[in-house]
Design a protein around this ligand. Structure first.
Ligand code: UTP
Length: 471
């Protein structure tokens, strides 16, 4: 039996033979390509996902979740002392080379609609500095501060791997040592139409999507990244996403508190600004640490309030984690995380043309990194200041958009400048009453934090104008 006949039969057995409808019209290369894609499909996995699709999403059982304990921002002298002690501990681990930075950048960025890897998006409010440059410069600056070369691991996907690597090459790795930058691709999984059928994304390719940021844990293991970390003596991973330029990568306070608390996986959280803010919440589920996705938290829990009027489930997780290398290895060895479904508009090829659907026509299956939390012996939720750490870039317009992200960046730098004694613009100038605020961008290589800026800038040394770019 030919390879085609064998493959066809397998697909027929699973009700998926329709993807060969145009087989006779394919070139020999296209046939090879399609067969190669088909060989990647795990039919046991597919059968399970089809069953879940038929059953529909599982409702969250009531009464089994509680708000998570959170270490709040320091208010008292004693708390500030603990914070400083954590910073010292984290800095010591950085100096000893125990920390790696881990950037997940394999997503499709469909909401932003940018051509190319999302990390190449020019987010800098003045210079158009890209997300990749922000992150790389931050790691370089932190490495210099602590006298180490912090290794950077970057997860890409089949769709953006080449573009991401080429961008780093073209930009000379933004000054990082190329031998300390490790790329790996996450796995792809097929998406299904609403009837559980495979789709084609071209005449010779099956429509697939990356397996979610949860795929980062197995990816770290199978790619050899964990082995590489162990070879370098790395014990802790600073996990962050490509689309938040305000993230503090390898934050010494966060690392210090994580280690001091004996946690295996920790989360940065902030107070949700409304029940409808679309971020997951940290909670305790069946006695175990967890994050519940916005969509999965039922309406009553989303709206529930404490006696003081604050949201009951208010600890929003902003997808910044510290994970122990041993923990990642253990979770990855133990199999995959649960699969979540989301309905999407997925272009598909049929009858010799590509259809771009107007409405959601397919389901994507993804795993989420925070689903590893219940496997942690211990987990810490650390509160951070929203304006200091969170500027998500998700959409082209509206909420969490290019405009809001740039404004949040600029606002943070204006605050740093004001703290450093730089006076606000004089009347009639930008930023004075009624006039637009100055647009400010500060490279991490110029100042990694407000304290460093204050040491560099002379109070009253210059006047803030419409635009300011430092570094
Ligand atoms: P999002 O959940 O915002 O998804 O990813 P996305 O794919 O980037 O964007 P949309 O939903 O298509 O608009 C949050 C972070 O997780 C990474 C993304 O690159 C981003 O840093 N991610 C997401 C992956 O690395 N792999 C995935 O499969 C999904």
């Amino acid at each position: 039996m030919s390879k085609f006949e064998q493959t066809y039969r397998v697909h027929q057995r699973h009700g998926q033979e329709h993807i060969f409808a145009d087989w006779d019209e394919l070139s020999p290369e296209q046939r090879e390509e399609l067969l190669a894609d088909c060989a990647r499909i795990d039919f046991d996995w597919l059968a399970q996902r089809r069953k879940e699709l038929r059953d529909g999403p599982t409702a969250m059982p009531a009464g089994m979740i509680e708000p998570a304990p959170v270490v709040s921002l320091p208010q008292t002298e004693a708390e500030r002392g603990q914070w400083n002690a954590a910073r010292d501990a984290g800095e010591e681990l950085l100096r000893r080379g125990k920390i790696a930075a881990f950037l997940v950048a394999g997503g499709q960025g469909t909401r932003l609609g940018f051509q190319g890897p999302k990390g190449c998006f020019p987010v800098g409010p003045v210079s158009g500095r890209t997300l990749f440059q922000w992150h790389a410069e931050q790691i370089l600056a932190r490495s210099r501060r602590h006298g180490v070369s912090i290794p950077l691991y970057i997860m890409t996907s089949r769709e953006n791997d080449r573009g991401t690597r080429a961008f780093f090459e073209e930009k000379s790795f933004f000054g990082l040592n190329p031998s300390d930058v490790f790329f790996f691709q996450q796995e792809m999984v097929p998406c299904l139409d609403l009837n559980g059928k495979l789709l084609l994304s071209s005449p010779s390719t099956v429509a697939m999507n990356p397996n979610g940021h949860g795929g980062s844990l197995s990816g770290l293991r199978t790619s050899g990244a964990i082995r590489d970390m162990r070879g370098r003596g790395v014990e802790f991973i600073s996990y962050f996403q490509v689309d938040n330029p305000l993230v503090t990568i390898c934050d010494p306070v966060f690392i210090g508190r994580h280690v001091q608390s004996g946690s295996e996986m920790s989360c940065k959280v902030l107070e949700k600004n409304s029940p409808s803010e679309r971020i997951g919440v940290a909670c305790v589920m069946n006695g175990k640490p967890a994050v519940i996705e916005y969509m999965d938290l039922d309406e009553a829990a989303r709206q529930a309030r404490e006696a003081d009027g604050r949201l009951k489930f208010r600890a929003g997780s902003i997808a910044i984690h510290v994970l122990n290398v041993d923990f990642v290895d253990r979770v990855a060895a133990g199999g995959v995380l649960p699969w979540h479904q989301s309905r999407k508009k997925v272009p598909y090829f049929t009858g010799n043309r590509l259809i771009k659907p107007e409405t959601e026509n397919a389901v994507k299956f993804e795993t989420f990194v925070f689903d590893a939390l219940p496997q942690a012996e211990k987990s810490l939720n650390l509160e951070v200041a929203r304006e200091q750490e969170f500027a998500p870039l998700k959409n082209a317009r509206g909420v969490d958009s290019v405009q809001s992200c740039r404004e949040l960046l600029s606002r943070r730098f204006r605050r740093w400048l004001s703290g450093a004694g730089v006076p606000p613009p004089v009347s009639g100038r930008p930023g004075s009453a009624g006039a637009p605020e100055p647009v400010v961008e500060i490279s991490p290589l110029y100042s990694l934090d407000a304290g460093e800026l204050a040491r560099k800038v002379k109070p009253g040394g210059f006047q803030l104008e419409r635009f300011l770019l430092l570094g």
